[in-house]
Design a protein around this ligand. Sequence first.
Ligand code: PLP
Ligand code: TYF
Length: 398
Amino acid sequence: IFSAVELAPRDPILGLTEGFNADTNPNKVNLGVGVYYNDNGKLPLLEAVKAAEKTRLEAAPARGYQPIEGLGAFNTSVQNLIFGTDSPLIKEGRAVTIEALGGTGALKVGADFLKRLYPSSKVYISDPSWENHRALFESAGFTVENYPYYDAATHSVNFAAMKAYLAALEANAIIVLHACCHNPTGADLTAEQWKQVVAVIREKNLIAFIDMAYQGFADGITEDAVALNLFAASGLQFLVSSSFSKSFSLYGERVGALTLVTENKEESARVLSQVKRVIRTNYSNPPTHGGAIVAAVLSSSALRQQWEAELATMRERIRAMRISLVEKLKEKNVPQDFSFVVKQRGMFSYTGLTAQQVEQLKTEFAIYAVSTGRICLAALNTKNIDYVATATASVIGK
Ligand code: PLP
Ligand code: TYF
């Protein structure tokens, strides 16, 4: 039955980690995958998470099935986190949230649901976007196209081109937007630009699907929800996928959520009933542990405060690495001005390094980056940053 199966290409990002793991160079650095490491180069287990896990372990709860939509306390906490506790949208019963298997799982449930509702719509993702967006929406049966986004010359968003493109789209086109910390470029829209995006989406009857995988990594929990708040205030219906992989350092627990904002409470009930059908025929109901931990942290004021402080530490450390990298490259007299790296937000930067330079970094220095020139700043630390800056200056000079 499998003789005709062809070998599939490796995931361009996760595949890099396989190469990195096999590399025996003691100085090796993995700037490929988007994972936060602390200054010791270790994946942290957050103290707030540890505390919530201890309590849960002591309570030793039985492991029954969860409801199809997941843990109610988790879903409520997510709504409060993304829209704020005072959001009228929550009070009016216009938000439906289901617990999903990571941000990826949330996107897939949303994509499958949208395909049933709008089978002939096309999906539009930013150029460039997260590696998995295209494949994920294509696997749900959609045709996927790119809208203009990043301008390599200015290292920022070409907003005029983006807006003009969106304004020319057909009704019911599905637009995937990055709420903050754009992956892979680190270039975000301003609040003023988000207002214009909301206006175009309303005017052209487009469907916004907002992907929020890095809430808290740009400026803070509330600050990073600016796009969501503008959509919430608009009265429009839209979808949001949330990931807690990075913000809680719970990558392998697969914690995420899909929130659908509807017209009213009665519509919410109908939407939830149909989303539950999508879930039931896919994985039936989500796992218990990760969602229970996130819900426990978010609903305890002490743990929430501790978590926000730990999130701020991650955010500030990444920022410090951005500043340090730019300074070190300048000290080494590289010909380019890298100051744009400090303006970019979140874990990533599109450095402008060519595929050939990225290849040299790997073969000569055991430094792994994505061939597009994307690097993950959260993999830099005070011990490896000199090595990375020296290596980068060396490949640029060639
Ligand atoms: N969306 C974006 C933009 C991401 O960068 C990621 C990263 O992993 C995801 C979605 C998926 O999140 P998760 O790892 O929780 O599935
Ligand atoms: O972009 C990244 O590096 C993260 C992790 O198929 C990731 O979002 C990368 C590729 C992938 C799943 C997750």
